[in-house]
Design a protein around this ligand. Structure first.
Ligand SMILES: [Zn+2]
Length: 460
């Protein structure tokens, strides 16, 4: 897309992320939620099979994880959230409804800072982080459809943003940051290929009209100026494919506008065909589904007290963004290095330990950072203290004391009068040979730059 076309349109993208929690048991029963690799339909009971008369109860650990996710995303936790029934029919949904939250979600009104590929930062508003349950899994094979209910009712948190994304690089950064946060919190493995974390995007294009007065005081576009259609991208199981699908959609939809056919753009769901590298129509959606939500009569309204929120806040520890800011501000680590060190919880813990030990030995946080980054460590085998000790040993082995180098330089000069004469006659290259002599005397430990400097000074 050339710049001219780019300036005529605005891309509007909202994102929904589903993350499966790694709790021991399911959302509303005691069945094990650790079903990966298990034989089909072995992690089931009357509750998660939706049998008549079976009564659900709420998994407290899952609720705490959901609140923690909300807090990490700067959301406000609700004091009295409530589950509702989202009614629809599909074979993977045993009960005929999904227990979810619509009007009284667990957490609302958060935000996360994202960075695009040009390094520009912006705030993505998070509408909500709510609690729900996963569905079973359908497999279509040899003309048959098989159903496995092991995944039915595994705790699922859904995070919904406002339509604040403007390009695909922001989406990549957002999804990566969410994944980091889930892993730091230890609430999910957040593995996209395994389906622990799933992304859905809704995307539309509008004609830019600077004169419309369509933005609020913070620069966010008023939803009443959104395009009259939305394309939903679903069932895409990698960051890379989602980014490619979004880029393809921006191009596809822009072409409709360029050809004056924007009225033909419809509300629909599309998937991604990696072989053809294009999106394809899965389902057109003329009318919005009516899920007939109503409060779940078998579950109580929850009461989330201040004490619980305080405890969960204290358990958040330091998250990746905060670590990056601290490394930069307090330890003078450059941004790129700080990001590298905060990449995973394990890496950051290793660095923090090495810095603390280094402090007792007079080794700077910067030197420790460089040693880790240049060493490209295998953290499983590495020892944080060893990194610092190695640094000290390496430093000690370099002779940088001027008087010591000068002593050996004097010796080299006295022992090699021919070289000195050549040097003084203009053969500057001979200096390398004299440096070599000093190196030999110090078993290669003299600092090369300093040796050269001292020899030049002595030879004037
Ligand atoms: Zn069960």
């Amino acid at each position: 897309m050339d710049n001219n076309t780019k300036n005529k349109y605005e891309t509007i993208i909202g994102l929904e992320v589903h993350v499966e929690l790694n709790t021991k048991s399911k959302m509303f029963c005691k069945c094990s939620a650790q079903y990966f690799g298990a034989l089909p339909n072995t992690h089931t009971c009357p509750v998660c099979l939706g049998l008549p008369g079976a009564l659900p109860y709420i998994n407290k650990d899952a609720i705490e994880d959901c609140i923690k996710i909300g807090l990490a995303l700067n959301c406000v936790p609700a004091t009295d959230p409530l589950f509702e029934r989202k009614n629809y029919f599909y074979p993977d949904l045993a009960k005929g409804f999904q227990t979810s939250q619509l009007r009284w979600p667990q957490s609302v009104n958060g935000w996360l800072e994202v960075e695009d590929d040009k390094g520009e930062k912006s705030i993505i508003r998070i509408n909500r982080a709510h609690m729900e349950e996963d569905t079973g899994k359908l497999t279509h094979t040899n003309g048959e459809s098989l159903i496995d209910y092991n995944r039915s009712s595994v705790p699922l948190v859904e995070i919904v943003t406002e339509a604040d994304f403007r390009d695909s690089s922001q989406i990549r950064d957002y999804a990566k940051k969410l994944q980091q946060i889930f892993r730091y919190l230890g609430v999910s493995n957040a593995d996209m290929e395994r389906g622990d974390m799933r992304l859905e995007a809704n995307i539309s294009i509008r004609r830019l009209d600077e004169s419309a007065g369509d933005r609020d005081e913070n620069g966010y576009l008023d939803p009443k100026y959104f395009a009259p259609y939305r394309v939903e991208l679903k069932n895409i199981n990698s960051f890379r494919f989602m980014v490619a699908a979004v880029e393809y959609e921006i191009k596809r939809q822009t072409e409709f506008y360029e050809e004056g056919r924007e009225d033909e753009l419809k509300q629909e769901t599309r998937g991604w065909n990696e072989e053809k590298r294009e999106t394809y129509l899965q389902r057109s959606k003329e009318n919005a589904n009516d899920y007939r939500y109503f409060p779940e009569p078998d579950l109580p309204v929850m009461q989330i007290g201040v004490e619980l929120v305080d405890r969960l806040t204290s358990e958040l520890l330091e998250l990746p963004m905060q670590k990056i800011v601290r490394y930069m501000a307090e330890l003078s680590i450059p941004e790129a290095s700080a990001k590298y060190l905060a990449e995973s919880k394990e890496m950051a813990a290793f660095y923090d330990e090495a810095v603390a030990y280094g402090k007792t030995k007079d080794v700077s946080a910067k030197d420790v950072a460089n040693a880790i980054i240049n060493g490209k460590l295998d953290l499983i085998d590495a020892d944080a203290k060893q990194i610092v000790d190695d640094l000290i040993a390496k430093k000690a082995s370099v002779v940088s004391d001027d008087s010591v180098i000068e002593k050996f330089a004097q010796e080299a000069i006295l022992e090699n009068p021919d070289m000195v004469a050549s040097y003084k006659a203009g053969k500057v290259a001979v200096l390398q040979a004299l440096i070599g002599q000093v190196m030999r005397k110090t078993q290669g430990k003299a600092e090369a730059g300093k040796t050269k400097e001292i020899l030049e000074k002595l030879l004037i």
